[in-house]
Design a protein around this ligand. Structure first.
Ligand code: ZN
Length: 118
């Protein structure tokens, strides 16, 4: 996996110059998890109140896009350079694969990354 730190080593990347897109992913509307999974998100040491919502009965809703946004920000990318997808893969499973919507029968997704020549 290419991290921001590795990009700095390989390409002299300044994280402030990066534009990052996060998602699509399952949305907070659909990503309900049990306490052990929520605990992993709470242990990230980030502003978890913004991406872990307690529902009661040992259930939590997780905002993966916000969690990943905060992880990217920890690497030095400004929030204004991070674009979050507004597509929930489960709600839009007619258009994009969703593990939860299909019960585990899923396809693949791909992402592209590029370096702008100066
Ligand atoms: Zn949804």
């Amino acid at each position: 996996m290419m991290t921001v730190e590795k990009m700095a080593q390989e390409f002299s990347t300044d994280p402030h110059d990066l534009v990052v897109t996060v998602g699509p992913a399952i949305g907070k509307c659909c990503y309900e998890v049990d306490e052990p999974v929520a605990d992993e998100f709470l242990r990230l040491g980030l502003d978890s109140d913004k991406f872990v919502e307690r529902k009661g009965g040992g259930k939590y809703m997780i905002d993966l896009l916000e969690a990943n946004t905060q992880i990217v920000m920890e690497a030095g990318v400004p929030r204004e350079n991070i674009i979050k997808s507004d597509i929930c893969t489960r709600c839009s499973s007619d258009m994009i694969w969703s593990h939860r919507a299909t019960g585990g029968k899923r396809g693949g997704m791909c992402a592209l990354i590029g370096v702008k020549e100066q």
